[in-house]
Design a binder for this molecule. Structure first.
Ligand code: GDP
Length: 197
């Protein structure tokens, strides 16, 4: 897919105010600092479409971007943990939960995972939430350039092994680097393929 246009449309905290266009929508989410803004900018080949920052938790809204006038890219706030009645459970703000439950145009959610990290409960819990709500998702391993290729291979293989303890089949995954553009073509071709279906 060639990116011809990438336009910011609006930011919302309430999904009912999100754009009404019935075009396919793809959401991006992950823990703060996972490289989400950098990935979005790399995919769109734009310097500052999504705001990058070293500071965690900067994106606090549902941000819609219209791509090629054909599909929405949605930049979502990160998720975190909260102590709820003595039990720790994954939470994200109520409006994000609503977004996933209400947004009918949502075709696929990209869950971003830092390639260097072992599986973290918070990410696994979040994938569980998506599964329970029948929301299709892919995993996007970020910052692949930060590891040597042998370490990277080992890390991704072990991550997938761990996932298979929770899931019968593995979700589609992508290996990306915003520094080297690794994975850009595969990623955009995947979206193109889904949009054509
Ligand atoms: P966000 O909080 O998830 O939006 O993360 P950012 O995109 O702001 O990235 C967090 C930090 O990781 C920044 O310092 C980025 O420069 C760095 N970073 C993000 N992606 C990559 C990558 O692919 N490779 C490298 N080497 N650094 C990255």
């Amino acid at each position: 897919m060639k990116i011809k246009s990438a336009d910011f449309v609006m930011s919302n905290s309430n999904v009912t105010n999100a754009p009404k266009d019935r075009i396919p929508e793809y959401a991006f989410i992950g823990r703060s600092n996972v490289g989400k803004s950098s990935l979005i900018n790399m995919l769109m080949q734009r310097k500052d479409l999504a705001k990058t920052s070293g500071k965690p938790g900067k994106t606090q809204l549902i941000n819609h971007f219209k791509i090629n006038n054909e599909w929405f890219l949605v930049d979502l706030p990160g998720y975190g943990y909260a102590q709820i009645s003595k039990k720790k459970r994954v939470i994200f703000q109520y409006f994000i939960e609503n977004y996933f439950k209400e947004r009918e145009q949502l075709v696929c959610t990209f869950v971003l995972i830092d390639s260097r990290h072992d599986p973290q409960k918070i990410d696994l819990d979040f994938m569980q939430f998506l599964g329970e709500n029948q929301i299709p998702f892919c995993i996007v391993f970020t910052k692949a350039d930060k590891l040597s290729s042998s370490k990277l291979n080992k890390q991704i293989t072990s991550y997938k092994k761990k996932l298979l303890q929770h899931w019968e089949t593995l979700p589609t995954s992508f290996l990306t680097s915003s520094s080297t553009n690794l994975g850009r073509k595969e990623f955009l071709d995947f979206i193109d393929g889904v949009n054509q279906d």
